[in-house]
Design a protein. Structure first.
Length: 676
């Protein structure tokens, strides 16, 4: 079940471009971008993952994009650009066959098994597969930008219309998912259910399965328009004034459920006007001391994956039914079986709906910068950078009754609550709307805050040397975060006390230092041999040092009260953590990385040029830790004596240099460039 998985990734990229000067007024540029990607066992990209060797998934991408730009110079003061783009993004992923002897369901695949706790692992068919089209998306964009220079003003007016047609052929958890709190519970089920060593048991925490059609399609339209004026008010003052309008036209609901009117209503937010203003003021003239400032409102989208879930998860047999069954409920299967249909269990389906008055995400951004030139080619600056997010998404189960009481756990084994009696709310009983299980409401109530100070030093190229260095100290907080595609069923701890979500942002990096340089040394006179040998080199190092990102101390297990309405320490089915320990209260170690590029250029006859390039990523092969054991306590005990047992490996580092996009082991790349 565990071991080394051989992965390959084959990519073919074709990028032809045609530039045509139609006449002295008009020009046309057309680009075609073709990408093909095939990666057996390539869905998982990290160097080490807690998955079985058959549970990685095969990955494929077929992308085709055509972009045309038609530029017109309409006299000495006016220009116009028309952009037309068509593209197809077809992504697909498939599961791998089970291992010999691995127990399978009637589908021919092993259901997904998620084991929490120390030494936890996931194996079987991943809950997100099969992804036959994920998505098969076709996009058509048309945009126009008109520019007019008039006196001290530079005016731009433009707009864009984007039509996106999505086909998603994927049924989440179609192969079934068994969730276990620890390895012992799984072994118990495996021994009794598969090996027939005794009476079949149901030792899992919960079983989830998606049932219904796999494919749905829909369209969205995005319309935007803007006007911007850059005004040189006087030789020392420049103003930028702008206004942008954004509108996202949602698709109509496809399968309204008469038992829940909210399934027939999608948001329509039409008041998204975003003003922008910027100013640059040269204090003393000569650009020695400059003050800059700006403010703007920027709107985001309700992403198509969220829309997809609201279309398909309506609690109707015409849509995709998402079922979660606790091990003590009627119709609960035994491992490795799955449900033949939704009628195999009386458990009610889950639903995804939009909250009343849902609006598009919005962020206010602002900054104030003081720049001081300290040499003819060197500038220092100090900046304040801030933002305030509004109407950010959060997924909340609104089909929960209020807490019916409390449960008190006795903590032992260490940790911040060792020896304490920890009392938390307890959710038991029946759901307010008996027709459904979880009613996930796509809310837009999250607010975020970012405040940072940036110190920067810039030296422009002179005598073959250029460098930049900056240090940032920042704080980022929010009152809940849903940084994900699609939806979660309930990603808060307690839907009736959202103040518990206020904490540091998932992406907060409190300290960051970045420096880079470009050095092109020149040796000897142009006629000397040493000049011919050593001149032409360019050395470009890059250094980045950051404090560690935050993480949350989690729990595994469920309250032992069998009347619980769902999973977790509260029985509410949300995030599983202690209310007394804030979200994102712990941090990974700092990261540091040095990359280096060395290139050598050779001038050839006829204006031709050859350049050799050597890139080294993570030059010193430093270990940058990218994962940690965040499990702090295991929930257990009995109804009469609930317990929290500390995990002695909490906080231990579990992975390093395993972020495919940022941190990797040392890599060396050799390239060449021929210009003619």
């Amino acid at each position: 079940m565990t071991g080394v998985v051989e992965r390959t990734g084959d990519q073919t990229l074709v990028l032809p471009k045609i530039d045509w000067k139609v006449n002295n007024v008009h020009s046309l540029a057309v680009t075609y971008n073709r990408l093909r990607w095939d990666s057996p066992a390539g869905v998982q990209t990290a160097a080490v993952v807690n998955r079985g060797v058959e549970s990685w998934g095969n990955d494929g991408v077929h992308d085709d994009w055509v972009t045309a730009r038609f530029n017109s110079v309409l006299g000495s003061r006016m220009t116009n650009e028309v952009k037309v783009q068509w593209g197809r993004d077809f992504e697909f992923q498939s599961s791998q066959p089970p291992l010999p002897g691995e127990p399978v369901s009637a589908s021919g695949r092993t259901p997904a098994v998620d084991i929490s706790g120390t030494g936890g692992i996931s194996f079987g068919k991943p809950n997100f597969l099969e992804r036959r089209a994920y998505p098969d998306e076709r996009r058509f964009d048309v945009g126009d930008t008109f520019t007019l220079a008039s006196g001290s003003h530079l005016l731009k007016i433009g707009g864009d219309v984007s039509r996106v047609s999505d086909v998603l052929d994927n049924l989440f958890q179609e192969g079934g998912v068994y969730a276990y709190n620890n390895r012992v519970d799984f072994i118990t089920d495996y021994a009794t259910n598969v090996k027939n060593a005794g009476t079949p048991t149901r030792s899992y925490s919960s079983f989830s399965q998606g049932v219904g059609p796999t494919a749905f399609s829909f369209r969205t339209f995005d319309i935007d328009a803007f006007v911007q004026d850059t005004w040189h008010a006087n030789p020392r003052t420049t103003l930028n004034l702008g206004l942008r309008y954004d509108y996202e036209k949602m698709p109509d609901p496809q399968i309204a459920n008469p038992l829940l009117p909210a399934t027939s209503v999608f948001p329509s937010d039409k008041n998204n006007f975003g003003p922008r203003i910027g100013i640059a003021y040269d204090v003393s003239g000569g650009a020695k001391t400059v003050i800059r400032g700006g403010y703007g409102m920027f709107y985001g989208r309700i992403i198509n994956s969220t829309i997809s879930n609201a279309i398909t998860n309506v609690g109707s047999s015409a849509g995709q039914l998402s079922l979660q069954i606790l091990n003590n409920q009627p119709g609960a299967p035994t491992f490795p079986n799955i449900l033949a249909s939704a009628s195999a269990t009386p458990v009610r389906p889950d639903v995804v709906v939009f909250a009343d008055g849902t609006q598009n995400p919005l962020v206010h951004e602002y900054d104030l910068i003081l720049e001081q030139r300290i040499a003819s080619n060197t500038m220092v600056s100090v900046s304040y950078v801030g933002s305030a997010g509004r109407h950010l998404p959060l997924f909340i189960d609104r089909n929960l009754p209020g807490a019916s009481g409390t449960v008190t756990y006795q903590a032992s084994g260490g940790g911040p609550v060792d020896g304490q009696a920890v009392t938390v709310p307890l959710f038991t009983g029946t759901r307010p709307d008996p027709n459904f299980g979880r009613i996930t409401t796509v809310s837009n109530i999250v607010e975020s805050r970012y405040n940072g100070v940036v110190l920067q030093l810039n030296r422009r190229l002179k005598q073959g040397l250029q460098f930049q260095a900056s240090y940032t100290e920042a704080r980022a907080t929010d009152d809940g975060q849903s940084s994900q595609t699609f939806t979660a069923s309930n990603n808060v701890l307690n839907p009736f006390d959202l103040n518990l979500e206020e904490a540091s942002s998932n992406f907060e990096i409190r300290h960051r230092f970045v420096a880079n340089a470009i050095w092109s040394p020149s040796y000897g006179s142009e006629a000397s041999a040493i000049h011919a040998v050593l001149t032409g080199f360019t050395i470009s190092p890059t250094l980045g040092v950051s404090s560690g990102v935050p993480y949350t101390a989690t729990l595994t297990g469920n309250t032992p009260n069998t009347a619980r309405i769902s999973t977790g320490v509260l029985g509410a089915g949300g995030t599983n953590r202690l209310p007394s320990i804030a979200r994102n209260a712990f941090h990974l170690p700092k990261t540091a990385n040095v990359d280096l590029r060395v290139s050598r250029a050779f001038s050839l006859s006829g204006g031709h040029r050859l350049e050799g390039i050597l890139d080294v990523f993570n030059l010193f092969n430093r270990l940058n830790y990218t994962a940690v054991n965040s499990l702090m306590y295991t929930v257990g005990g009995t109804v009469a004596a609930p317990t929290l047992v500390y995990n002695q490996t909490f906080g231990s580092l579990t992975n390093a240099n395993s972020n495919y996009f940022v941190f990797t082991p040392r890599q060396v790349q050799i390239a060449g460039r021929y210009s003619f």
